[in-house]
Design a protein around this ligand. Structure first.
Ligand code: GDU
Length: 598
């Protein structure tokens, strides 16, 4: 009471709300007025922030938390009354006519798209000390994930304007959702690399706030163990992206500018943009309000399963069921073995890779109703079976892929399945955990993420008519992986299959021990035979034809131990480094036509 005199009217209102909502314990240990006054001010600043950043404010947060905690205590099944079945979606085969047509449709649409990267997570499972988007996707060129994403969006922008002969001034907006854990380092990465060639105004950062931690089943807020004048907070999950796009006004601005699509994606997938054009083409052609990208999923793999849920009362939806919930849901609905592979060797439920394409009109209509709030969940770790107290504080969480949960039955919710080798190779697991992944399931490590890029590029070149030698098996950090020729190219060289095909002709061949890095838009491979390392860089106005045979000692992968602290962390976590012995390197920095024929 005595402390009230220090407060502004707005702060008194917040204090009253907290008291009414059963949070009086937050003030019990407060010192007399005059003592710790700055800290007390800080407390109210924090409460004001927590209140304004949550749709509906703290009151609504506490109410929802009480409901969800009561459901959790009662062991209520979130899927009560729903029966799971395998939904129907678009299944694409890389490189066939259907795929090429969807890719072209997608490239056309791209100039009406905005991209949103959710990158607020620290990646605790990976245990890397930096932000995940700063990690090299592959170490042949050293391109980090963020660079790959920006360059892919720029390539798509240019391809789209060429194809449609449209307005080449138009920029595809790019948003990055960060958090306090990643914000400053994301800005620093962008600024120290001149935004990887993108106009700084084209990129917007939206920082998500953390949410209040809950100490008990009554949703009493947990006090920060390091400061008795602060509420402990934790991340709320990637679902925050929807309310941030709404409250920032960006969505409205995009809509007003005539954009049609918003594409969401995650922090570490070095293959993603190989799948984006075709998936966007599917959205446009099938007129999907929601389109999730999926890959065949191994049972128990740590990715959600896309599932059709049909309720006894007639409701039905196509939604991601998170990996830890799919098995119990299946068991509870008569599938005795739970989450199992079928005769194809995969789970019948396609794996959600959390790449979502939303059509803006219905999206903005829905968000106008919900303000972007997404169905939340709570996952308390209880001390014992009585479920009356927690081992540590918990909080409400939400996931961006739960957006369709509030949509009306008339919404067109679909998905697009692509080959995993083409579309999905995330970096989530540290070397120890990756080495323990059951044989045949993907490692999702820095090692497998990099190898997947070489495999995809090799397979794409094969499909384009080149001869690419088979891979060899090698073990890095305890993980057996296929090592294909280390082939990497800039997105602007070949974002789509049609573009790669246009640039590869004659009889090209690559031996397994080869390395090739192509950095330039107009580099054409004609009858190239490579057995060694070849690096070509060219400005856009230089057209380079590459012919003949290149042979040298090349670049060799050398094992490193993930515990060897003398090796930089970025390399250690993949278990190898590249020993650059000999290469042919050419750089074309003047406009003109050139032929490289060694
Ligand atoms: N993220 C945030 N804010 C958060 C938490 C996470 O922006 O508060 C971001 C991360 O940076 C990352 C993305 O969200 O880019 C996903 O985070 P994780 O990689 O930790 O996600 P999970 O592996 O737990 O699961 C998610 C989906 C799954 C499945 C999987 C596929 O929830 O259904 O699709 O990705 O990669």
């Amino acid at each position: 009471q005595k402390n009230l005199r220090l407060l502004s009217a707005e702060q008194i209102e917040l204090a009253r709300m907290l008291l009414e909502m059963g949070q009086s314990h937050l003030f019990e240990h407060w010192a007399e007025p005059g003592v710790d006054d700055e800290e007390k001010k800080g407390f109210f600043e924090q409460v004001a922030r927590l209140n304004s950043s949550y749709p509906g404010g703290l009151e609504s947060y506490i109410k929802t938390a009480r409901e969800l905690l009561a459901d959790s205590k009662a062991g209520k099944n979130p899927f009560d009354g729903f029966t799971p079945s395998v939904p129907k979606g678009e299944v694409l085969t890389f490189g066939d006519n259907n795929f090429i047509n969807f890719e072209e449709a997608g490239v056309r649409e791209a100039q009406k798209a905005a991209f949103v990267l959710v990158a607020g997570g620290l990646g605790e499972r990976l245990g890397y000390n930096g932000i995940k988007v700063a990690l090299p996707a592959e170490t042949t060129t050293g391109t980090c994930f963020l660079q790959y994403y920006l360059e892919s969006i720029l390539a798509l922008q240019e391809d789209s304007c060429r194809l449609t002969q449209g307005d080449c001034q138009a920029q595809i907006p790019f948003v990055i959702m960060t958090s306090d854990d990643t914000h400053a380092r994301t800005i620093q990465l962008l600024e120290s690399n001149s935004y990887f060639g993108m106009e700084p105004t084209q990129v917007k950062l939206l920082k998500q706030e953390k949410v209040a931690c809950l100490a008990d089943n009554d949703a009493r807020f947990a006090i920060d163990p390091n400061n008795k004048y602060r509420i402990q907070t934790k991340p709320h999950g990637h679902g925050d992206v929807h309310s941030l796009l709404f409250s920032s006004g960006l969505l409205k601005a995009w809509h007003a500018a005539g954009l049609r699509w918003v594409l969401f994606f995650q922090d570490t997938n070095g293959l993603l943009f190989k799948a984006i054009p075709a998936a966007l083409g599917v959205s446009a052609t099938r007129q999907y309000h929601v389109n999730s990208l999926a890959v065949p999923r191994k049972a128990k793999e740590a990715i959600g399963g896309i599932t059709k849920l049909t309720h006894a009362d007639g409701r039905a939806m196509v939604i991601n069921v998170e990996y830890n919930q799919l098995d119990p849901l299946l068991r509870a609905t008569g599938h005795d073995g739970g989450d199992l592979n079928d005769e194809t060797g995969y789970s019948p439920f396609p794996g959600n890779i959390n790449q979502l394409i939303l059509e803006i009109d219905p999206y903005i209509e829905e968000l106008t109703k919900t303000r972007g709030s997404i169905k939340e969940f709570v996952n308390p770790k209880y001390k014992d079976a009585s479920k009356s107290s927690f081992k540590s504080s918990t909080r409400l969480e939400c996931m961006m892929q739960d957006y369709p949960k509030t949509l009306p039955a008339s919404a067109r919710v679909g998905f697009t399945v692509m080959d995993a080798w083409l579309a999905y190779a995330p970096v989530k697991n540290n070397p120890e955990d990756a080495a323990k992944v059951p044989k045949g399931n993907p490692y999702h490590s820095a090692t497998s993420g990099e190898m997947a890029i070489y495999r995809a590029n090799s397979l794409i070149l094969r499909k384009a008519g080149a001869q690419v030698s088979d891979p060899v098996l090698q073990v890095f950090n305890g993980q057996e992986v296929e090592v294909w020729p280390r082939i990497a190219w800039k997105p602007k060289w070949g974002l789509t299959f049609a573009e790669v095909k246009r640039k590869v002709s004659g009889s090209c061949a690559f031996s397994q021990r080869s390395t090739m890095a192509i950095k330039g838009r107009n580099i054409f491979l004609e009858d190239l035979s490579l057995d060694g390392a070849l690096l070509i860089e060219a400005i856009d106005d230089a057209e380079v034809k590459v012919r003949g045979s290149v042979q040298n000692k090349g670049w060799i992968l050398q094992n490193v131990d993930h515990k060897d602290a003398s090796v930089p962390e970025e390399l250690r976590i993949r278990g190898f480094k590249i020993n650059k012995i000999e290469q042919l390197e050419k750089n074309y920095s003047e406009p003109g036509k050139f032929c490289l024929n060694p």
